[in-house]
Ligand binder design. Structure first.
Ligand code: PLP
Length: 440
């Protein structure tokens, strides 16, 4: 016991001093150290160094779709790494897992999305889509088509291109120089999209990018018909339509890809996260047959775009096994069923607690909006802290005046675990209501 305490303390000190945490409050991280040092995951649960067990209500970063502790994925990685851990995919070099995964994703992707360009993650996938969209227009003899339009409240990642496309302003204001030619349209209005295109000049617009359900921006679901109209607008103006399925892909919303709810097919589709359930870093962009063919027909030299880890054999082998699990265990259907249970639980909480303003979910992507008293600080960060004390990890979104809790549990979650999640959330909300009462 004493030894364990000493180890915990040692790790916390080393963390504070040497581990520069991504997306963190740097000062408080340096001073207070880690809140959890996780050591193990099993199913929907995470376990930490100090013996705590919590429900991973976010699938960590919306990505651990098949849940934690999947030995098969470790074995797939071991087998591939022992045979061929890495080889290049540049030029005409290839490897079996990358070939088979590209074919599998083509089989699963909607419509004629059939050609897969691999990256290491979602930000690189987005940059690849924007860059190759612009390259396409150069090849087509329309080099003025440089602009990328995205949506308010969108999140597309953190490299310069993806940051520039991100509609959440604090991410853009974080740095003092962005990529040029990015513009934003209101996230729920096709009229606004049309207006921005007209204002900028359609002949200068390369592509429009959208998440089928916005994730990091607060789990926002566009109105029915929004994406059908987006497709019509893009077709009318000759603009490429890119969907960012980094969160919504691989079953999260109760269909294999999020855009299937809207029955439209984009020209390019970004993916990452759920493709390996986070067991290996991997992302990519799926191109339509016609775009891929045109890129081939029009290009003259080498396509000067590729990452060292594009088509990484181990990551692709893990992805293949992960997709096999999603299919064999019927996890897409489970996400739909359990998503309905999650929403039911949210609605029951809303009926009971005045602190809740509204709730929403599509599959296992959900949000609980809080009724913040006028002029007060957002409540969601306190709820998240309380939820952690009651065995639940969830996330708050306070951008753009929002006061929202978001959820994305693993797709393997069952009814009992959903109930457990709801009880923990309800308790956390009750605690915050009590705090508010005692302050008021
Ligand atoms: N796109 C979306 C919709 C995301 O949610 C994310 C990450 O959360 C990204 C892109 C960036 O992916 P990554 O962090 O793998 O670079």
């Amino acid at each position: 016991m004493i030894q364990e305490k000493a180890k915990l303390q040692e790790l916390a000190e080393l963390d504070k001093k040497h581990f520069f945490h991504p997306t963190s409050a740097v000062k408080s991280q340096q001073e207070s150290g880690p809140a959890f040092i996780f050591i193990e995951g099993k199913g929907v649960y995470l376990y930490d160094e100090s013996g705590r067990k919590v429900i991973d209500g976010m699938s960590s970063l919306w990505n651990v779709n098949v849940g934690h502790g999947r030995r098969e994925l470790g074995e797939a990685a071991l087998e591939q790494m022992s045979k061929l851990a890495f080889s290049s995919s540049f030029a005409s070099f290839s490897n079996e897992p990358a070939i088979r995964l590209a074919a599998k994703i083509a089989e699963l992707a909607p419509g004629d999305l059939n050609a897969v360009f691999f990256t290491s993650g979602g930000s690189e996938a987005n940059d690849t889509a924007y860059k190759l969209a612009r390259h396409y227009w150069v090849l087509k003899g329309q080099p003025d088509r440089q602009k990328i339009i995205s949506r308010t409240k969108a999140y597309h990642g953190v490299n310069i291109g993806a940051t520039s496309a991100t509609g959440l302003k604090p991410f853009r204001d974080f740095t003092n120089s962005l990529a040029p030619d990015f513009h934003y349209a209101d996230h729920m209005s096709t009229e606004e999209l049309r207006r921005v295109i007209e204002e900028e000049g359609p002949e200068t617009v390369a592509a429009f990018v959208a998440e089928p359900v916005q994730g990091a921006g607060g789990v926002h679901i566009a109105p029915d018909g929004y994406f059908k109209e987006v497709r019509r607008i893009c077709d009318k103006y000759g603009i490429l339509f890119i969907t960012d399925e980094v969160i919504t892909g691989f079953g999260r919303t109760g269909t294999f890809f999020g855009i299937e709810h809207d029955e439209v097919v984009p020209d390019m589709m970004c993916f990452a996260k759920g493709v390996t359930s986070g067991y290996a870093p991997l992302g990519g962009v799926v191109f339509s047959d016609s775009l891929y063919k045109e890129l081939g027909d029009l290009s003259t030299g080498t396509l000067l775009h590729g990452y060292t880890y594009s088509g990484h054999p181990m990551a692709c082998a893990v992805a293949l096994k992960n997709i096999e699990i999603i299919e064999q265990e019927g996890l897409v259907a489970n996400a739909k069923r359990m998503g309905a249970e999650l929403l039911k639980g949210f609605e029951a909480i809303k009926a009971e607690r005045s602190i809740v303003r509204s709730v929403r979910a599509r599959g296992l992507m959900g949000a609980v909006e809080l009724a913040t008293p006028a002029g007060s600080e957002p409540l969601a960060p306190t709820v998240v802290a309380e939820a952690a004390k009651h065995g639940l990890i969830c996330r708050f979104v306070t951008f753009d005046g929002q006061d929202t809790l978001v959820f994305a549990p693993p797709l393997i979650i069952n009814e009992t675990e959903i109930k457990e999640l709801i009880v923990s959330l309800n308790t956390a909300l009750q605690e915050v209501e009590k705090l508010m009462g005692s302050e008021g």
